[in-house]
Design a binder for this molecule. Structure first.
Ligand code: SF4
Length: 724
């Protein structure tokens, strides 16, 4: 199946960051005979303090999977099968096809779609190739699906992207508010740390705001069952109460913010009962909640997809940041808004400019000075970088469908499961002239449609650098050689760039790439010049900003209360409650929300290979309330047909009062390889917000009915694909 040459019998102990969620747990790994044999948590790693979850503990079982991509594959035409080719042929083909398409249709006819799985070195090389050399800003990332709203909200409220907090704030907080996050399943090690902190300090109050009674809500001191889409109304109600009770940090507001009077006036015009109705929370509970945030308490908020995956996700996060500004709960221990990232290097992608409007070092393509600085640094001619923001995730696949975009290079992600409204994504890939898929696994739902498959080294098979949720930049060692002909992603980008004739890609190691990239952070908010590759190897991790070699890194941002806007003040941004884009109606009377499970991660390319994880969650399902089940005459494990305006899927029913009667919950992980035709994203809506362009995954209108009997056969076929 795969060969590692030569097999090394000597035991090797190394440390690497977990490749799953953005907690950034540091793992201790023992390898020998070319295989990773054992994984443990690193006891003194600041992100996990010895914690590990079932995914991290079994990650080594994924790297020897039978579906590892080990050889470049090429398809002569859409009617022909993919055939193995040499790297030379694959690189020649990719370079010549890209060059021909750019020459015929212009630079904006090609796009790159990457992910928070890519290490910083790979992101840097891809951005340099596409933005600096090919001249298109059509580069985006699956981080667009989860973190774009956080990026936009930090920038508009505080002046720059970058979570101001650190994990140690858990130990300092008096109140922890978790809103829009099922941390117990999606970021379990951080959640365990919160529970441990509460055990040590019983006065620590844990509030969970979620429409579902999740595993996270089970452990809360106060669970607030907000209506789906009601977050802004809820947060505005809390702000109104705090203002009316004069429970604000007036000195902080006067000295370090602007926009407060306009904000307070807008809140003053709102009716508390109306807000309570819009968010579905009783006024008495709103008062109880406000009391846990006011009074000068140190409070910390964790938020994730439940806020961000909305057409008004940026507004929701702005509203949450307003609450922190109102109470002065930012820039001091135990305080601040803390975005949980879904992937190990989603932050790295943000820092290096993978999103379509960005350039490295939190620069922007529309800013002439930013473009000139980057062009100079890359020794590219003036005007090489386009001033037009590129296409975002959803836009890339719609542009392929329209024929406006001709080629897409997809790396380390599986959009044919993870994007909303999948029928459009499939049509886009079908219509493309050239689809390049670079992945550690093949087949994936997406790679099956590729014209070229480029095999990438996986976790443990390369040295790499990543940034986790609290700005900790970490170095991970290589443990074993990659299988077959697989290569580190950054090297593949460099090989194609050199074949295209571009200078500046002669890197000999991941360390050389890293040391070039951090030069672009000089004087920037995410400054990393003090984190040379050599220092990271020695110290393993440092938090940015870290401007020089003697700097110890920075735990918290804004401790001097000087924010990143030009005048140093943070901005109150009043946001009005907005109804969801697709409310229920007589045809689709229920609401669908999607989410993650403890045992799985993203689109199953890794976790489906681990028996223990599959046994815990072997198949997709639709979770519905007992009242709805009775109404539809459904019992546990019956087959239900769930329909939206975009499609119909069939899943087994799980009946639970953890969801309210009007809400259906479906996990996101299963795609066509494992549940053919029944992925949750055949139903979801691809509407996005105007600024952040993040899709509204958490809310669309659906109907549910009993499924016809043949539905079972579909799912059984899907399960055969699992390596149980
Ligand atoms: Fe990996 Fe996240 Fe689990 Fe930590 S919490 S071991 S980073 S999946």
């Amino acid at each position: 199946m795969r060969s590692r040459q030569p097999l090394d019998h000597r035991a090797k102990i190394a440390e690497a960051v977990c490749p799953y969620c953005g907690v950034g747990c540091r793992l201790w790994a023992e390898s020998a005979y070319g295989q990773v044999l054992r994984i443990k948590a690193v006891a003194d790693a600041p992100a996990n303090l010895g914690g590990i979850c079932a995914k991290g503990a079994t990650v080594h079982k994924t790297i020897d999977a039978p579906d590892r991509a080990v050889q470049p594959l090429l398809r002569a035409s859409r009617e022909r099968d993919l055939r193995p080719v040499s790297w030379t042929n694959a690189v020649d083909h990719v370079a010549s096809r890209l060059a021909a398409i750019v020459e015929r249709h212009g630079p904006d006819s090609v796009a790159f779609y990457g992910s928070g799985q890519l290490d910083s070195q790979s992101v840097y090389c891809a951005v340099k190739l596409f933005k600096g050399c090919l001249g298109t800003n059509n580069t985006d990332s699956n981080s667009r699906l989860c973190m774009a709203t956080a990026v936009a909200a930090y920038r508009t409220s505080l002046g720059s992207d970058g979570p101001p907090t650190c994990y140690e704030d858990i130990d300092e907080a008096e109140t922890i508010l978790i809103i829009g996050s099922n941390m117990a399943e999606a970021h379990p090690v951080t959640f365990d740390r919160i529970l441990a902190a509460r055990k040590a300090r019983p006065n620590l109050k844990l509030i969970v705001i979620d429409p579902r009674r999740t595993a996270t809500a089970d452990r809360a001191d106060l669970h607030v069952t907000v209506l789906p889409g009601g977050d802004i109304a809820l947060v505005n109600a809390l702000a109104k109460l705090l203002c009316e009770q004069n429970d604000c940090d007036e000195a902080f507001i006067a000295t370090h913010t602007h926009g407060f009077e306009t904000y307070r006036e807008a809140l003053g015009r709102l009716d508390l009962e109306d807000l309570a109705a819009a968010c579905g929370v009783a006024v008495s509970q709103l008062r109880e909640l406000a009391a846990l945030l006011g009074g000068g308490r140190r409070w910390l908020s964790f938020y994730c997809m439940g806020l961000g995956q909305s057409a008004v996700g940026m507004w929701k996060i702005n509203s949450l940041i307003n609450l922190h500004l109102l109470t002065g709960a930012i820039g001091r221990p135990g305080c601040g808004p803390f975005s949980l990232t879904g992937q190990p290097n989603a932050m790295g992608g943000r820092e290096i400019g993978l999103l379509s409007h960005q350039l490295p070092g939190y620069r922007f393509v529309e800013n002439p000075a930013d473009r000139a600085e980057v062009e100079n640094y890359w020794k590219r001619p003036a005007g090489s970088i386009s001033s037009r923001p590129g296409l975002t995730a959803v836009e890339i696949f719609r542009a392929l469908e329209r024929g406006q975009l001709k080629a897409v290079w997809i790396a380390a992600t599986n959009p044919l499961v993870s994007l909303p409204d999948l029928h459009h994504v499939r049509r886009g890939l079908d219509r493309a002239e050239l689809v390049i898929v670079q992945d550690a696994f093949h087949p994936t739902e997406t790679s099956q449609l590729a014209d070229v498959v480029l095999p990438a080294a996986s976790w443990g098979e390369r040295e790499w650098t990543s940034t986790n949720s609290d700005r900790t930049v970490a170095y991970s060692e290589k443990l074993v050689d990659p299988p077959g002909a697989a290569l580190p992603d950054w090297r593949i980008f460099c090989d194609v760039a050199k074949r295209l004739g571009y200078a500046g890609f002669d890197f000999q190691s991941a360390g050389e790439v890293w040391d070039e990239w951090i030069g672009l952070t000089a004087g920037r908010a995410c400054e990393m010049r003090g984190m040379s590759h050599g220092r990271l190897i020695a110290e393993k991790h440092l938090q940015w900003p870290c401007p020089h070699a003697a700097h110890a890194g920075t735990k918290r941002l804004y401790t001097d209360k000087r924010f990143a806007h030009a005048d140093g003040r943070a901005e109150f941004l009043y946001r009005e409650h907005q109804p969801p884009r697709e409310p229920p109606d007589h045809e689709f009377p229920l609401v669908l929300t999607t989410g993650r499970l403890y045992s799985h991660w993203h689109t199953l390319t890794r976790t489906s290979k681990v028996r223990q994880l599959n046994e815990r969650e072997p198949e997709p399902y639709a979770q519905i309330h007992p009242e709805l089940a009775t109404q539809l005459q459904l019992t546990e494990n019956d087959w239900a047909q769930v329909s939206s305006r975009r499609g119909t899927i069939r899943l087994k029913v799980r009946i639970s009062d953890r969801v309210p009667p009007h809400l259906i919950f479906i996990p996101i992980h299963w795609g066509d390889l494992y549940a053919p035709g029944n992925a949750a994203n055949y139903l979801t809506i691809s509407v996005t917000g105007r600024v952040a362009k993040q899709p509204e995954f958490k809310y669309c209108a659906v109907s549910v009915e009993r499924a016809p009997p043949e539905s079972g056969a579909l799912a059984a076929h899907g399960r055969e694909a699992l390596a149980l």
